[in-house]
Design a protein around this ligand. Structure first.
Ligand code: GTP
Ligand code: MG
Length: 371
């Protein structure tokens, strides 16, 4: 591991020096203002001293957090008890259906007698979209609760679409006040910075809002350069915040903006210390919205630990990224249920800003069922 201190008149000069000597993968571990050495230092402006290292730290792993689906509703106790009873009955029915599926001859006989697919087959079809059996059961339960005619293949199909539509939420960012402050958070490499650039382009270039960008991802030089390049192309201002004070200064500078998007460093859901570092900023000035970016390629068991790690930061929305990297999107239903968040955007590729989709209930239902 190579650790070196660099002094320069400005932060950009220091970063340039580090990049030249250690390359773009160097990590910045400390930055501070210092006076020049010797008597001349008394009369000259302060310099920036940046400490950089070349090798990345290994994240410390913690035990996997347990996660359970959020409660279905929070109505009064008696209503809840009745609902719980109904759910227990429905669960019983579903267990029967699952047992039926184990005996294909029974399934076939039932299929023939009804002239349509039995629910067990519908469940299989739902699972074949990539969603979990648990998620398929939630949809089937909703179907039964809403009295869908189970003898008609058409009404089952319509019922499934209606059930998914009822069970998901779509919500775009709200222009709450001037400026509306929005953070993007998530694990490493999920597409946070690219999505920040797409959002900035959408709101500034297409909708004529005044947009400012702040990056608090100063861990790698390449990350700072990436967002600066996007800001230059879109022609909007960007501020680099190395600490809470820089962040508050940047917010002050952007007080006339309509939207401020904050790009954050990728944090492993297994490193709660890293995730907790974000809290310092969130506590200094609470954002209006925090969008959690989850990749379509994330494993469902990882999604549960991502939720455990990031939800305590006060996330408000879900962005589904890298949707182009998989053909099946049934797991999006799981992700929406596990996070219990409204979906704000879908990212479908690397192009800025073209590959950003504004979801509607219809196209998300279609994406989940048909890919
Ligand atoms: N296929 C595909 N690639 C994407 C998408 N969004 C981003 N990428 C690519 O994924 C890589 C990582 O994207 P970034 O935006 O840098 O991801 P990040 O979350 O900011 O990464 P860190 O800051 O390192 O945590 C880049 O090569 C992007 O071009 C997407 O929707 N689809
Ligand atoms: Mg990034």
């Amino acid at each position: 591991m190579q650790v070196k201190k660099y002094r320069a008149s400005t932060m950009s000069e220091a970063l340039e020096l580090i990049k030249k000597e250690l390359g773009p993968d160097a990590l910045i571990i400390e930055s501070r203002k210092v006076k020049k050495r010797g008597i001349t230092g008394w009369f000259s402006p302060p310099q920036v001293e940046v400490t950089a290292v070349l090798e990345s730290k290994k994240p410390t792993t913690i035990e996997k957090q347990e996660y359970s689906y959020p409660p279905v509703n929070n109505q009064s106790e008696s209503v809840f008890e009745n609902a719980a009873k109904e759910i227990a009955e429905l669960k019983g029915m579903l267990e029967e259906i699952k047992k039926e599926a184990a005996f294909s001859s029974v399934v076939d006989a039932k299929k023939q007698s009804l002239g349509v697919e039995p629910l067990a087959t519908v469940r299989e079809r739902l699972v074949s979209t990539g969603m979990s059996g648990e998620a398929a059961d939630i949809i089937l339960m909703d179907l039964i609760q809403h009295g869908v005619d189970l003898k008609s293949a058409q009404s089952i199909d319509r019922g499934i679409r209606a059930a998914i539509a009822r069970l998901i939420r779509i919500e775009k960012p709200n222009f709450i006040k001037k400026p509306t402050l929005i953070f993007l958070v998530g694990t490493t490499g999920v597409g946070k910075t690219t999505t920040v650039a797409k959002l900035a382009a959408k709101y500034h270039l297409m909708e004529d809002y005044k947009v400012g960008l702040i990056t608090i991802d100063t861990y790698r030089i390449a990350a700072v350069e990436q967002i600066k390049t996007y800001a230059e192309i879109i022609n909007i201002p960007v501020e680099v915040a190395f600490n809470k004070e820089d962040y508050l200064r940047a917010l002050k500078r952007f007080e006339d903006m309509d939207f401020i998007f904050v790009d954050t460093a990728g944090r492993s859901q297994n490193n709660l210390i890293q995730v907790g570092e974000l809290r310092e900023y969130l506590d200094a000035k609470k954002p209006d919205e925090v969008h959690l970016v989850i990749s379509a390629t994330a494993k469902l068991e990882d999604c549960e630990s991502i939720v455990s790690a990031f939800v305590p930061l006060g996330v408000t929305h879900l962005i589904y990224s890298k949707a182009d990297e998989t053909l099946k999107h049934g797991s999006l239903f799981d992700i929406i249920k596990i996070t219990d968040l409204p979906l704000s955007f879908i990212s479908t590729g690397q192009r800025v800003p073209e590959d950003l989709k504004i979801p509607t209930v219809e196209n998300v239902v279609g994406l989940i069922l048909e890919g």
